[in-house]
Structures are given as C-alpha cells and as structure tokens.
Design a binder for this molecule. Sequence first.
Ligand code: SF4
Ligand code: SF4
Length: 237
Amino acid sequence: MCSGRVDLEFVLRAFSNGMDGVFIGGCRLNECNYTTQGNYYALSMALLCKKIMEHIGLNPERLRIEFMSSADGILFAEIVNDFRKKVQELGPLGKGEGIEENELESKLQEVTKLVPYIKLTKREKLALHLDNIEEYNKLYTSDEIEELFREVVSYYIDPAKCQACMICLRRCPAEAIVGGKNLIHVIDQDKCIKCGTCFEACPPRFGAVTKISGEPVPPPIPEEERTIVRKAKKTNS
Ligand code: SF4
Ligand code: SF4
C-alpha cells in the first residue's frame, strides 16, 4: 500500500532471487495520503541500497525509484520502458558486472544478514525528511558505506564473566542467546541482529557482554564446558 513499506531486505531478496532490476514506484513526494510520508523513507532506503550495491560490485542503476500519481499513466509507461531498456543494456545480474554467480550469492546473503544492523545504524538518516530533494543525493557516501561494512559490530559473551543470570537471554529480540540456569550463555552469531540489547542489559557487576568492532568473534565455548559449578555456601552448625 505504501512505498515506505518496501524494506531494504525486499530489494536484496529480489536480487538474490535472480531479478536483473528492481523498480519501486511511489506516490508523488509531498502528496502522501497519510501523515507518514513513507515515500521519503523509500527514497532514502533506495539511495542507501544503491550505495550498498556499489559496495558489493553491482551496478546501482539496477534499482530505480520514481514517484508519480495514479493519473500519470503515460509517465509510468515511459519510465518503466526506459528502465526495462536500461536493465537489458546492463545484462543479467552479476554477469554484466563480471561477478561469479556463487560470489554474488554469498555477497547478497552476507549483506541481507546485516539488514537489521544497517537499518539500526542508519535509522536517523532513514527517517529524515529533507525538503530539498537535491540534498538526498548527498545523503550517503561511498566512504560511509565502506566504513559501515569495515566496522561491523558483533557481540560476544565472555565465558569467564557470565553468571548465567539469564537477563540477556530473556531480552534478546532475536532468540539468539543460548543458555539456561547455571549455563554459561552463548550468542548464536547467525541469529544475532546486532541490536546491542544484551550489551546494555548485562548487569555492570558482571560485564560479560563485549562489543567487538571489525574483528572476528572468538569461537563459542564448547557445550560440555558451559555448566557453572557454584561453591556451596558455608553454614554455621
Ligand atoms: S546483540 Fe541483540 S540480537 Fe544479538 S544476541 Fe545481543 S540482544 Fe540478541
Ligand atoms: S546478562 Fe550477562 S551475566 Fe547474565 S546471562 Fe547474560 S551475559 Fe551472562
């Protein structure tokens, strides 16, 4: 119903499914039927996506966003025909750019996995509503996107510090923390969306969650070594 509902993940998924081009059509800017102005969000998202495409070696012209009203039938037909010609010129996805199929698939998978993190990191820019449309073209820079991917954040639970209080496990929105009573907790990096909730939630007296930037995450502690053996309290007889 609204171009603002077109998630970054939808666009990447279309490319992962082999689409050679993605066209997003939204209502004219400043003519939103609602108060949400979702088309501005869509514009910002599409510009961010184009920079991400450049980063992984895809031609950003494979993604196009245009704004028009339901009365703009001729304009719509012209724009779509123009886009179809452009995509034909570019050739099949990946081949046109000289990227091997497997390499492209793995790059798209890696980026798709990072979508929640990207949206979280860029949430302020994504929510911006600039009156001057020209300003949008300068909103995201290639350097910024390079840095975003170079310094991707990960979270790691230090097994020597975890007290198995289960606070992080209960608060994790992605069910990415594996643990239990008297069990050292571990983050499943494949499920983690890098929201940082566990980092904030772990009580300072334990300080078991570490934020890692641009470095590999240490391997998880083996399952058989996760049980915490607590010393029994001495009782006076
Ligand atoms: S960073 Fe977020 S998603 Fe990842 S383990 Fe921590 S709470 Fe869960
Ligand atoms: S909140 Fe901290 S101490 Fe508690 S289970 Fe999670 S990592 Fe361990």
